[in-house]
Ligand binder design. Structure first.
Ligand SMILES: [Zn+2]
Length: 424
């Protein structure tokens, strides 16, 4: 059997309107958590607005879905959801209104599905960042959003949630039971405006409203998190030491973060701020450290020095029945994009994704709790979970490099003179 013979998830199947009998279940799942966190939902310009509309939400944790359900009550919605959410429960996912999407792929079928949802008079829900935020700040958005809104010809509404990252950060999802989380539901583009406004203007509005910083929110609201393991896992995001600049030697436990190369230590306060236990504090604000890493990666790319190559193990998800282990392979990431090569039951395969077609990439920390860190690569028909081997890598760095390569190529930057002919 080779890769082409796997059953493929049926992406063409039309979206189903949320079944009435399942709707109370979505409320039962959502409301207790919304109440437990005493989540406050503020609505701006929403008076009198009935579906259909396009709802764009920011994405920090599973709690987002619960707050969104409460914010939309009592209207029906369909959601675009990544395929791994469908594993082993495709019927339920479809009947509760989910539409399967493979991340970071552009797809005309999805647009058709969304049009259908609008025609049904329901809410089209999209998490345009397409991944959980790594440190509670906004991730890059696809430029296609404005065009999509114009195609659908329906109002655009945004739901920006605060406190969800500090409550359950992607790098250690333990629920910190943060109270008084906030969400703002805003009508951003009205029905009249959607016809008149240029797609660029719509994009500009979306970009402006999609600015958030959960650690700044925590500080501003004086939210105390006494969870003793609050820094555990933070080294997944902060993988480079700002003192000795060594990569991949950071570690964390309890409320501490440290570098195993120079032994410098930092303490994370109950208000989410860092302070060095010896010497100067380079960054008190976690997102500032992350953005510094981004600048380091950008510099490496500009010098033509960025390249990642590693032996990997690969799982594939051609359908929602479950993972298929493809065994060992090799992953290369450089200025040209991703190249994954391997062999499955004697037949070689190769997956390449051009860097110009990929504005970001999805990563996982310790996937499914025990699988290790991975990069999630998508084609229109398959999803590959790629697990690099060894210690000398950071999937965070790979994600940052993906974004920075895309940005530099878009800006016309001549990254490496020796490779210009390949850039076309
Ligand atoms: Zn160090």
């Amino acid at each position: 059997m080779n890769l082409l013979q796997f059953d493929r998830f049926d992406m063409l199947k039309k979206p189903i309107r949320q079944r009435h009998f399942l709707r109370p279940i979505t409320w039962l799942i959502s409301y207790p958590a919304v109440w437990a966190h005493r989540s406050k939902i503020t609505k701006i310009g929403m008076q009198g607005l009935k579906p259909p509309y396009l709802l764009l939400c920011n994405h920090n944790s599973f709690f987002d879905f619960k707050v969104m359900t409460a914010a939309l009550f009592p209207h029906r919605a369909n959601y675009l959801v990544a395929i791994d959410g469908f594993i082993g429960r495709e019927w339920l996912m479809r009947n509760v209104g989910c539409i399967c999407k493979r991340k970071f792929t552009s797809d005309t079928v999805m647009v058709r599905h969304m049009k259908r949802v609008a025609e049904n008079g329901d809410v089209v829900v999209l998490y345009p960042e397409a991944r959980y935020s790594l440190c509670g700040t906004n991730a890059v958005l696809p430029e296609s959003l404005g065009k999509l809104a114009k195609l659908l010809k329906i109002p655009v509404v945004t739901l920006i949630m605060h406190g969800h990252h500090v409550n359950s950060p992607f790098w250690n999802i333990k629920n910190r039971k943060v109270k008084h989380t906030e969400a703002v539901l805003t009508q951003l583009v009205t029905k009249d405006e959607i016809e008149k406004l240029d797609y660029k203007e719509i994009n500009a509005r979306i970009d402006t409203i999609f600015k958030y910083d959960d650690f700044a929110w925590q500080k501003d609201r004086n939210v105390r998190i006494s969870y003793h393991d609050r820094a555990k896992g933070l080294h997944k995001v902060l993988y480079q030491c700002p003192n000795c600049h060594t990569e991949y030697r950071m570690a964390s436990e309890g409320s501490k973060l440290w570098c195993n190369s120079c032994n410098k230590q930092w303490e994370m306060s109950e208000y989410g701020e860092l302070s060095a236990l010896n010497g100067k504090t380079e960054f008190t604000h976690i997102p500032d450290w992350y953005e510094w890493e981004r600048s380091q990666v950008r510099n490496e790319i500009e010098r033509g020095a960025y390249r990642f190559e590693s032996d990997v193990t690969v799982d594939s998800l051609p359908n929602a029945k479950g993972f298929i282990n493809l065994g060992k392979g090799k992953l290369i990431h450089d200025i040209n994009g991703f190249l994954l090569e391997g062999e499955y039951e004697g037949t070689p395969y190769s997956v390449s994704i051009n860097s110009k077609a990929l504005y970001s990439c999805h990563i996982e920390y310790n996937y499914l709790g025990n699988r290790g860190d991975c990069v999630d690569l998508n084609t229109l028909t398959d999803t590959y979970y790629v697990f690099p081997k060894g210690e000398d890598f950071s999937v965070t760095k790979i994600a940052l490099a993906t974004e920075e390569i895309y940005n530099l190529l878009r800006s016309g930057y001549n990254i490496n003179p020796h490779k210009t002919e390949q850039l076309g």
